[in-house]
Every structure is written in structure tokens, then in C-alpha cells.
Design a protein around this ligand. Structure first.
Ligand SMILES: [Zn+2]
Length: 250
């Protein structure tokens, strides 16, 4: 795992002459992260998620949820999807679209955004475990893309709507392109599959968010039994889902 502090992340923020004055961009090692940051002027203070609190959450999670260890042990990127190091970024500025954090770049980076209001520890606890839920899901439930059975199992337990979806199949070395195949009866889960026109548009309709929230509900470190999808009429996860999550590493 690698952590980039607010000071280190400052270097990834650049001006872009095509952007209005109140926006900036986040670039890293030639990769443009197309996220638009609010350019907060000097007199406004930005608050950041506390790095030590994030680390505390990860350490506690290692005891509670051992499958995370396999991901934390990866020290350098060995391939583009499966064996990719977990990296945490503490962005100095707020994002105009995402208030807290998101998962990026091969689904192994978490970016924590600054906010214009104080960030209580409980918010950091909430966000950290939710985002790690996404990391777990991409790593174990689908990311290596040959075996999607665990993800299908989860969708079944969640009664998720089904669709025909385009799924990453392999890398064509001659043509230097990613090759996709169509699969029936599957709910797409990441941005590449998300090109499909029926990809659920709203946050609360996406099975990946159900998974991340289910994960946080079961494995958060502060016994927080808040259920984040309640207002959308989505039921709390049951023990079968907890069991599936605990067995993902096997
Ligand atoms: Zn999420």
C-alpha cells in the first residue's frame, strides 16, 4: 500500500487553460484524472480526511476481514488489473462532483477529497470502509474477469436486475486493444462495462454501491449500524451476504 499525503498530492494538481478559473485538474505520471476540483481561494479553509484515522480503520479491518491482507501485501504493480498496489490519495481540494472519496485507476486507488466543512472521524470511518468495500469487490468478485461467479452469486442474493452486458475478455497483443465479449444475465459493474446503455444511472441503483454499503455495514470498526440505502427502499443485507463476503478470499 502506498499513501500520498495532501502535500504530495498538491504536485498532481495543475491548471488547465481550458477550464474556468474555479476549476483545476488532477494529473499523475502522465495520466490525466478527469476530475474537476474546486479552486478554493486562500481565505477559505479546506479540511482533509485524517490519514491516521484512515490507517487505524485499515488496521482494524485486517483483524475483522482477513481477505483484505492479500491486497495490502501487493507492493508494486505487477499487472494492470489483478496485482495492482493499493494507493491512497489525500487530495488538497474538494471535488465538484464527489463529496468524499472515490475509487480510481484500475480500481485500486482511493482518492479522499478535501471538504469545505469539518470532517468528523465518523465520516472518515464511514468513507474508508465503504471505499475498501469497492476495492474488495473488484479484487475478489470480478476484477480478474475470468471468473465472475462470486459476483453473480452476490447479484442473486441482492435480487439485482439483469441485463446483457459487455465484459472485458482479454488483451489482443497484435492489435493492442482490449477485447470484450457479450454476456447475458449479468449486471455490469465498472466504468468500462458502464458504457452499456442500460448501466444503472443513479448511485442507489448500482449493485456495486450495494456491495460497498453491505461491506461497510458488516465490517465497519465502530459498530455503526446505519444503513445507507434505507431511503431508497433497499433492504439491509442478510447473513448470507456476510458469509459470501467472508468467503471471498477462498
Ligand atoms: Zn461507492
Amino acid at each position: 500500500m502506498k499513501i500520498y499525503t495532501v502535500e504530495e498530492c498538491q504536485e498532481f494538481i495543475t491548471e488547465d487553460k481550458y477550464l474556468p478559473f474555479y476549476q483545476k485538474k488532477f494529473y499523475k505520471e502522465g495520466k490525466s484524472w478527469n476530475i474537476y476540483l474546486a479552486n478554493i481561494s486562500d481565505h477559505r479553509h479546506c479540511y482533509h480526511h485524517n490519514i491516521d484515522r484512515v490507517k487505524w480503520n485499515i488496521e482494524k479491518l485486517q483483524e475483522k476481514y482477513p481477505p483484505i491482507n492479500k491486497i495490502l501485501e501487493i507492493e508494486k504493480d505487477e499487472d494492470e488489473y489483478r496485482n495492482k498496489r493499493l494507493e491512497l490519495y489525500f487530495c488538497p481540494l474538494p471535488n465538484l462532483g464527489f463529496q468524499n472519496a472515490e475509487v480510481w485507476n484500475g480500481n485500486r486507488d482511493i482518492v479522499f477529497y478535501a471538504r469545505c466543512t469539518q470532517i468528523p472521524r465518523s465520516m472518515t470511518d464511514y468513507v474508508t470502509i465503504h471505499e475498501l468495500g469497492h476495492i474488495i469487490q473488484y479484487y475478489y468478485a470480478c476484477d480478474h474477469r475470468e471468473d465472475t461467479s462470486k459476483w453473480r452469486e452476490y447479484l442473486k442474493l441482492r435480487n439485482a436486475p439483469r441485463d446483457i452486458c459487455t465484459i472485458y475478455d482479454h488483451w489482443d497483443e497484435d492489435k493492442k486493444i482490449e477485447v470484450y465479449r457479450e454476456e447475458e444475465d449479468f449486471v455490469c459493474m465498472n466504468s468500462k462495462m458502464g458504457n452499456h446503455e442500460k448501466y444503472p444511472h443513479y448511485w442507489h441503483e448500482r449493485p456495486i454501491e450495494h456491495f460497498a454499503e453491505d461491506f461497510r455495514y458488516f465490517f465497519n470498526n465502530i459498530n455503526d449500524d446505519y444503513w445507507g440505502l434505507e431511503e431508497y427502499g433497499i433492504p439491509k443485507p442478510d447473513e448470507k451476504i456476510k458469509e459470501l463476503m467472508l468467503n471471498l478470499g477462498e
